[in-house]
Write a protein that binds this ligand. Structure first.
Ligand code: ADE
Length: 233
């Protein structure tokens, strides 16, 4: 799988791929990345990449000219092209799994007030929002999508970690503890020290259910009937 990112700030994106799990995945050849500087495609001597919106209003819009050339340079028309924007459809684990099946995805990192609609009409397959808030840096939202997708790629992290995580079965993950057994007077729950696998599994499920019911009643409503006989109190 190759991630191709178009950005005004290549150094920000490169730093991600040079760090931690992403760096390991790149080193092991499990994922590839191409980082394309939109400014390299600017056509005037000031390397202008944005301008005021027609019709007035605050902020700046990325010019279609340089961005269109950058998209052409990576063959965006033949590849799944994703534009992270607060006005997109919600990004979910299910959609991440769909993207993980592609051999390459192109992500446009927007800035300011966004990008010209004609670029969206011509090149973009999916407009995706990572949440109901606005970030000033499109790099962060694009890398959020990259991070959620690449960890689903075979070999990047263990299958067991994937299976036990929040959202893989519609529940939030149970609380985790590590050494020491007593930290600042607070003890690790006894059951986790018991070595009794069935009891540990049951405790974790119960905690997951409690957490999901409290933090995400919308998710809980969907899975409640499956666990009705189990009880959470
Ligand atoms: N860019 C700025 N805010 C964003 C959001 N919430 N989701 C996706 N892209 C964004």
């Amino acid at each position: 799988m190759t991630f191709t990112l178009l950005t005004l700030f290549p150094e920000l994106v490169e730093a991600y791929f040079a760090t931690s799990i992403a760096a390991k995945a790149v080193e092991r050849g499990l994922v590839g990345h191409r980082v394309v500087g939109i400014r390299d495609f600017a056509t005037d001597r000031h390397a202008t990449c944005d301008d005021a919106p027609y019709g007035g209003g605050a902020g700046m819009v990325l010019l279609p000219g340089p961005l269109g050339l950058a998209l052409e340079s990576v063959g965006a028309s033949e590849r799944r092209t994703v534009y992270p924007t607060p006005s997109g459809r919600p990004f979910t684990e299910r959609y991440a799994r769909e993207l993980a099946k592609e051999t390459e995805i192109v992500l446009i990192c927007g800035r300011y007030e966004g990008i010209d609609q004609r670029i969206i009409d011509k090149y973009v397959d999916d407009e995706v929002s990572i949440g109901d808030y606005v970030l000033s840096s499109g790099e962060l939202s694009a890398l959020t999508i990259v991070d959620a997708v690449f960890r689903l790629i075979e070999g990047v992290i263990s299958g067991e970690s994937l299976r036990e995580e929040s959202f893989t079965d519609g529940l939030l993950e149970y609380p985790q503890y590590t050494r020491p057994e007593v930290y600042e007077g607070a003890r690790v729950p006894e059951v986790l020290l018991s070595g009794h696998h069935a009891k540990i599994k049951e405790w974790r499920l119960r905690e997951s259910l409690k957490k999901t019911r409290s933090y995400r009643p919308d998710l809980y409503a969907r899975i409640e009937s499956r666990y009705r006989d189990f009880g959470t109190d």
